[in-house]
Design a protein around this ligand. Structure first.
Ligand code: 26W
Length: 836
């Protein structure tokens, strides 16, 4: 191998054919040595990318590298499928309208344990892994928490060797790219597929999905009354499969995302009639179904295309599972024994009447037999209590698009209410509350109620959230079948969110307590022994400062703002929403600004306030909150009195890869939602794992984080959910809080008077008016408590050892928040699936 003895490997100036035969002995496409990987990389540059290495772009190198890594997954991928077939396993079908996967390359290298060899292979050809990895476009097929949770779950399911088929939509355009122009969010389309996607494999099967039309009845050859749907419009569903490798296991599961296409993409007759656009209209219309992800998070839009998206991917997925079931020689009447399907919120809940339709209309099942299979197949996870996020479809829209499904829903509802009437005689109010058909205002199909009635199991995503579901939102159903309800507190994958994001800290942890924690995060408890070890705490802090410096470098390079890595990094990153209260934090920073300016706050703890998050494009108040944060940044960052002790930065285009950069650098994790509003939160878990200390309310998973890390290692403030309910009940007067809090008064008046933002003040009038007159998320009520506790935080941060101890204990006690623990619970209690 002439190649061996060269010093610094640099791409050789060989003629291609010359290069091929002498440098490339037979390639072992599954080989994992640095040599194997180097040869494969060279071959893929030539045979897959088709460009000589020496004048290849980083994007070319990325595509070649992705091909090399994908090769190493293919054997395991086919093996996994074969293994499932051999053992005729029970399989989970995970239906989610969103998957916020994040970049694949480095995660795959971690899970396949190939990183060191790949780094060496690339060094041998004079290239750098991190530089190439940064070229990967992020598949942003999700909005926020729900989508990312689905991605963490897929990683844990593979790592725990659980047979799963993830199903979703292959949006051509994912979540928009966010730019901040003069403090305002501007949305840009996300062309993540413009250079193709090396991580997906188009599969040959496809399914037809129907829309519109009418239904009719007929008598079948046994004289039985049958229903059939006569649709008006049909589209084709084409699957694209993405391999999901587990960590340190040979399991590679499949994520199947559907693309919509026209049944016949070109109508020659229309073309010959000269209507060229008409000839491709069907193609255009059909493809719009999987064109773009709906960006509103936790706000229903009631758009028909959204329902078409939901029905499209759900129908394709169910048809696929029924086909796979029959291919294994199984009878459809046993479908629920071999398949368990989880509904990731109500977005795929149309799947319940769809399975009924497929079994009855296409496979002649009786109603009862179909219902028996259906009800025993589905599980439903609720992710939000916000009334405006609970999906309900106007009857005319729903019936026009899916006439047969509305018929089936009416019958599900009738049969259910008949049953309820026998249980609760003469309780019409309860019947109205429990009916799937909402009568208030416009009559509608309430998807959460359909999901509950059609599922064997219902769960919330954190203890408080599940309690509120059982005591409040779904109380009537909980009272009727409590055994179906359970809590499954969320979790996050420690592979991407600790091992991949924070290699420095992980090296220190491995060196200190070994690597057992890699497969069981509770193993991190071993770190508790070092809580009072000053040397260890110094090394712990050092590792964190490394992360803070690299984020500071990113901020100066991309935003030309200088932040001090020695300052406290106070991080508030998540979707922008009033209940997440980014405006509470902005108002508090303004009050600190006032106190420094008027000298009441003499020696503030130098702090860098880092914000990030996207607002739904139609959510005006959320966009105003971004403008407020950016205006506060301009004010304090440029004021000589404050700029050396306070820096405010809004990081544009918050995403999975940016999160991987931010979480390891966080000292303080802001989880300040109004108690009772954040179902769980998962960013809180990622920051805890990386040693951030949380300031938060008793909301969602914060409560369990505080329980795990110890009250003394958590900064609690604010009203509790019951106190919020009582205050609301008693009649909440936000203006009263303004009147009696000098700090708050100075800040609110400073906004309206123009003291802070000069001519821009009018801009914020809607926000100030909303807070003073209504304040639905109790920002003013919690302000003083927040200020008090934040002062404690600033003081605590000055004692580096005490803070280091709190930071270490948060990581040490974050074991519960691994998505491996969450998945184990789902497998045990709901899916009845063995864990590897
Ligand atoms: C119909 C529009 C719509 C779109 C998305 C309604 C609701 C949603 C999602 C349910 C919103 C969401 O992402 N919820 C978040 O889910 C996370 C995972 O369980 C939780 O950790 C967050 O608390 C919750 O806000």
């Amino acid at each position: 191998m002439p190649f061996q003895d060269q010093e610094a490997p640099r791409p050789q100036q060989h003629e291609p054919e010359q290069q091929a035969q002498d440098t490339q002995p037979s390639e072992n496409r599954a080989g994992t040595s640095a040599k194997d990987l180097e040869i494969s990389f060279r071959n893929h540059m030539t045979h897959t990318v088709g460009r000589p290495l020496e004048n290849s772009s980083i994007l070319d190198q990325y595509h070649a590298l992705a091909a090399v890594v994908r090769d190493r997954m293919m054997d395991q991928w086919l093996e996994t499928i074969e293994n499932y077939k051999q053992h005729n396993v029970r399989v989970l079908g995970y239906l989610s309208a969103e998957y916020l996967l994040g970049p694949h390359l480095e995660n795959a290298l971690l899970n396949l344990d190939l990183r060191p060899q790949m780094e060496e292979a690339l060094k041998n050809v004079g290239l750098d892994l991190a530089t190439i990895a940064a070229e990967e476009p992020e598949p942003g097929l999700g909005n926020g928490g729900l989508g990312r949770l689905a991605a963490c779950f897929m990683d844990s399911l593979s790592t725990l060797d659980v047979p799963v088929l993830g199903y979703g939509l292959r949006y051509e355009f994912g979540i928009f790219r966010q730019e901040i122009v003069d403090g305002w969010q501007v949305e840009k389309s996300d062309k993540w597929l413009q250079y193709g996607n090396p991580w997906e494999i188009g599969a040959s099967t496809s399914y037809e999905v129907c829309f519109f039309g009418h239904t009719e009845t007929y008598n079948d050859d046994q004289g039985l009354l049958r229903h059939r749907w006569v649709p008006e419009h049909t589209v084709k569903g084409i699957p694209y499969d993405t391999p999901i490798p587990g960590y340190q296991t040979r399991t590679v599961n499949r994520l199947r995302l559907w693309k919509a296409a026209a049944v016949d993409s070109f109508d020659l007759s229309i073309f010959n009639s000269g209507d060229y656009m008409g000839a491709v209209r069907q193609k255009m219309e059909s493809e719009t179904i999987s064109k773009v992800l709906y960006p509103p998070d936790e706000q229903i839009q009631g758009k028909r295309l959204r329902l078409m998206q939901q029905y499209f991917f759900t129908s394709c997925s169910l048809q696929d599972m029924l086909r796979l079931h029959c291919m294994r020689g199984e009878k459809l009447s046993t479908f629920h024994e071999k398949w368990t399907i989880q509904l990731n919120d109500t977005h795929p809940s149309i799947g319940i009447p769809e399975l009924m339709r497929l079994l009855m209309d296409n496979h002649n099942f009786s109603w009862d037999d179909a219902w028996n299979v259906t009800q025993k197949t589905f599980g439903y996870t609720n992710h939000t209590l916000l009334p405006e996020a609970l999906e309900r479809w106007p009857l005319d829209l729903f019936g026009g698009l899916l006439p047969r499904h509305l018929e089936i829903i009416y019958e599900i509802n009738e049969r259910f209410l008949d049953d309820m009437r026998s249980r609760y005689p003469n309780d019409d109010a309860r019947m109205r509350r429990m009916s799937i058909i909402g009568e208030e205002g416009e009559r509608s199909v309430q998807m959460a109620k359909l999901a509950v009635i059609g599922s064997k199991a219902i769960n919330g995503v954190a203890e408080l959230h599940t309690q509120l579901l059982e005591q409040d939102t779904l109380h009537d159903y909980y009272e009727t079948f409590p055994e179906r309800f359970s809590n499954k507190t969320n979790g996050v994958t420690p592979r991407r969110w600790l091992m991949l994001s924070n290699p420095c800290l992980v090296d220190l942890i491995n060196e200190t307590i070994g690597t057992r924690w890699h497969k069981d995060l509770y193993g991190l408890r071993g770190l508790e022994h070092f809580a009072d070890d000053k040397n260890f705490l110094a090394r712990w802090r050092q590792a964190q400062e490394g992360c803070k410096s690299s984020l500071a470098k990113y901020i100066s390079q991309n935003l030309s703002i200088t932040v001090d890595p020695a300052s406290m990094f106070d991080v508030h990153v998540k979707r922008i929403h009033e209940y997440k209260r980014q405006h509470l934090k902005a108002l508090h920073i303004l009050s600190l600004y006032c106190q420094i300016k008027n000298g009441t706050l003499k020696n503030p703890t130098p702090t860098t306030y880092l914000f990030g998050g996207k607002a739904a494009p139609s959510y005006v108040m959320a966009k105003l909150m971004i403008k407020l944060v950016c205006s506060v940044a301009d004010l304090v960052n440029n004021d000589p009195a404050t700029r050396d002790v306070m820096k405010v930065v809004f990081l544009p285009n918050y995403s999975v890869s940016l999160g991987q950069h931010i979480y390891p650098a966080a000292d303080l994790s802001e989880q300040i939602s109004t108690a009772g509003k954040e179902a769980s939160g998962t960013g809180c878990m990622k920051m805890m794992m990386n040693g951030a200390v949380t300031i938060g309310t008793l909301d969602g998973a914060n409560i369990e984080i505080r329980k795990e890390c110890g009250e003394e290692n958590f900064f609690l403030f604010g009203l509790t959910a019951p106190q919020i309910a009582d205050t609301l009940h008693a009649g909440y007067q936000p203006r009263a809080y303004y009147e009696r809090s000098p700090l708050l008064k100075e800040v609110m008046d400073g906004i309206t008077s123009g003291r802070f933002f000069g001519g821009n003040s009018a801009t914020f009038a809607p926000l100030v008016d909303n807070l003073l007159s209504w304040d639905p998320f109790f920002v003013l009520a919690d302000f003083d408590s927040y200020d008090t506790v934040h002062t404690q935080v600033s003081d605590a941060y000055r004692d580096t050892n005490a803070w280091g101890r709190m930071s270490l204990l948060n990581t040490a006690r974050s074991g519960k928040f691994s998505s491996d623990r969450t998945i184990r619970e789902y497998c045990r209690d709901i899916w009845k699936l063995p864990v590897g």
